[in-house]
Design a protein around this ligand. Structure first.
Ligand SMILES: Cc1cc2nc3c(=O)[nH]c(=O)nc-3n(C[C@H](O)[C@H](O)[C@H](O)COP(=O)(O)OP(=O)(O)OC[C@H]3O[C@@H](n4cnc5c(N)ncnc54)[C@H](O)[C@@H]3O)c2cc1C
Length: 592
């Protein structure tokens, strides 16, 4: 049975020694001292490892069941959900006036990683609720906020996001669901949405669906889309639940993973809907939810990689196969443990260096969200907007790859369900698809985010790397191992950006053909930067006489591995990008 050890120490290292959060002037950060964050993370870690981890295989094997229009969640989910609510874990970073705890987003992100690693399918019920609540908080009227937010903060009511229809996923301009205005200011929403996560279940009194639909007579395509609040049960003036609305679950999907989360076909039949935000500005409002969800999905990639790695590591220490070619390490046993073999170590170090680098990257992203939301910092907002498709696309691609590597450490046993390793790969796989498939994230990065505001944000990224390199120029401990590889990788990134600028206008396919490589090139540079910063913090701790030398030395050695073995991928990505459109477009469609 797989287990999970919350990476509390690692999170504390990033929060306090790399990002130095309690010294930052971001509103709300002063209270984030090591004692406070340590206490929160420790409590969250207990729930993750003791409550959610054992339920993960239960959710996988039992799945959700639709009976008479009601979805039954797997055994134990309801009780665990109650525990999350009672512990106040459902709204750490929502405002206090609506029942949240007003903690910074960065702390919610660290806690979210633990819950997600322990049980991705379960954690999605509250993750989607949080996203829907954020959209109402940002775009809702005072009355809408008062009606929905307190019950959503406590997860008495959960939330969903309804974009996808059978004939449209990426291209939402093709949407057919319609919302007809009524004399009383409400709308009648009709249509079918598919693949709706947590669309129906038995863990909440009410479900608040956020539904994209078109108002007849509005602009064509995506510009005619508006966002509506469509509750499962209508809410009376006094806040009590009223009549059942015209929304029902027609089917739940059989799928590859996240079996504990119900993926529903939702039918809207003249359901009463309330406009959220402005007419025809639905995508803007939905983007509040989608941007948050994209960071949350990037986190899922990291989270599954982390728990898969932890179990692969334990197995590699335990399983005896073959002998160390340089000399026996376990003379009393019939063979040495797997961890002595260089190829197993390669795999484990790929996983470890990814997970720790990705965690720093994610928490840095969350830090910028706080700087932007709480501190009104526009530069941070621009930077996190640039990096969001990378957090989503790169972390989920790599996260999935890492679960496969972890499974491989188990050999044949990794393929056998009893060991639990296949669930991590199956659960991680969806993160590459939903919230905008990763190919579309790459297009967003190259087509929208790179040129945004005249390229201001990507230039700010390059300046930041340059400043870091300059500030640490004379640092011998970092120079050869960290600064030089980072400098080279960053040059590759700049060269790729330059290639798009010079070729993208005259041949858009040249940019589109290289977009996926660019997303990965950029992702590696971000993780390279994170590792250089972590190595710096680790060296400083050692110089200051930190007692836990093994922890810091492990950081430096793992970082060195990333810089030496993973970061050189940037050269390959640049070469592919510079090959332009031709290798991809040359073969005629009918010759495939
Ligand atoms: C388990 C699960 C849960 C989900 N949960 C939700 C949910 O809660 N709410 C919701 O609304 N949706 C949800 N979805 C839907 C999901 O977001 C969509 O499946 C996804 O956005 C892709 O849309 P699609 O499946 O229609 O693929 P398509 O849009 O048909 O795309 C197919 C492929 O083509 C690529 N592609 C499309 N357009 C382009 C282009 N212009 N250039 C290059 N490549 C392109 C895509 O990257 C993709 O790989 C869920 C899906 C699943 C499977």
């Amino acid at each position: 049975m797989p287990s999970y050890t919350p990476p509390t120490k690692d999170m504390q290292f990033v929060l306090h020694e790399v990002l130095k959060v309690s010294q930052a002037d971001t509103p709300g950060y002063a209270e984030l001292d090591p004692e406070f964050t340590g206490a929160v993370l420790e409590e969250a870690g207990k729930i993750a490892s003791e409550v959610l981890t054992p339920l993960n295989p239960v959710g996988d094997t039992e799945g959700c069941v639709l009976e008479n229009g009601v979805v039954r969640t797997p055994s134990g989910f309801k009780e665990a959900f109650e525990q999350m609510k009672e512990g106040g874990w459902t709204a750490l970073d929502l405002p206090e006036e609506f029942g949240g705890q007003n903690m910074p987003y960065i702390l919610g992100t660290a806690v979210g990683e633990m819950f997600s690693a322990a049980n991705q399918a379960f954690t999605m019920y509250q993750g989607l609720t949080h996203g829907a609540a954020s959209a109402i908080l940002t775009h809702g009227s005072d009355a809408q906020k008062a009606t929905y937010l307190p019950n959503m903060a406590s997860c008495q009511w959960t939330g969903t996001m309804n974009l996808t229809e059978p004939h449209c996923g990426t291209d939402l301009g093709l949407m057919r669901t319609k919302a007809v205005p009524q004399d009383n200011g409400t709308y009648k929403v009709s249509g079918q949405k598919i693949f709706i996560s947590a669309g129906e279940h038995d863990m909440a009194e009410n479900i608040i669906h956020l539904v994209l639909a078109k108002i007849p007579g509005g602009p064509e395509g995506i510009k005619g889309v508006s966002l509506f609040i469509v509750p499962k049960f209508l809410v009376n003036e006094d806040g009590s639940l009223g009549a059942r609305n015209g929304v029902s679950c027609g089917k739940i999907e059989e799928k590859m993973g996240i079996h504990g989360n119900s993926t529903c076909v939702m039918n809207y039949d003249e359901a009463t809907g309330y406009l959220l935000g402005e007419e025809h500005k639905g995508m803007r409002a939905m983007f509040t939810m989608m941007n948050e969800a994209r960071i949350g999905v990037g986190m899922q990639g990291l989270a599954q990689a982390e728990i898969a790695y932890q179990n692969a590591l334990a197995y590699a220490r335990d399983r005896l196969q073959g002998r160390d070619v340089t000399g026996t390490k376990n003379p009393d046993g019939p063979a040495d443990p797997l961890i002595v073999h260089p190829d197993i170590r390669r795999s484990l170090l790929d996983q470890k260096s990814f997970a720790e680098g990705a965690r720093a990257f994610l928490l840095w992203g969350a830090n910028m969200i706080d700087q932007s939301h709480r501190g009104g910092d526009e530069a941070a907002e621009g930077m996190v907007s640039l990096l969001t498709p990378i957090i989503k696309g790169f972390l989920t691609d790599e996260g999935f790859d890492m679960t496969i590597l972890a499974q491989q450490v188990y050999g044949g046993h990794g393929y056998i369900e009893e060991w639990g390793m296949s669930q991590y790969a199956r659960d991680a796989r969806i993160a590459m698809i939903y919230e905008g498939a990763n190919g579309v994230q790459a297009l967003d990065l190259v087509g929208r985010k790179l040129p945004q505001d005249g390229g201001k944000h990507v230039m700010a990224f390059f300046d930041m790397v340059k400043t870091f390199l300059k500030e640490n120029e004379g640092n011998e401990a970092l120079g050869k191992d960290f600064l030089n590889p980072l400098k080279e990788a960053s040059k590759h990134l700049q060269a790729a950006g330059m290639f798009f600028m010079q070729n993208g206008m005259k041949n858009p396919n040249a940019a589109l053909a290289g977009s996926y490589d660019f997303m990965h090139l950029f992702g590696h540079v971000c993780l390279g930067l994170m590792w250089a910063q972590m190595a710096k913090a680790a060296h400083e701790a050692l110089e200051e006489g930190a007692s836990d030398t093994a922890f810091y030395q492990a950081k430096i050695k793992t970082g060195r591995y990333y810089m030496t073995r993973r970061l050189p991928a940037t050269a390959m990505h640049l070469k592919r990008i510079e090959s332009g459109a031709e290798p991809v477009m040359e073969l005629e469609a009918d010759l495939f």
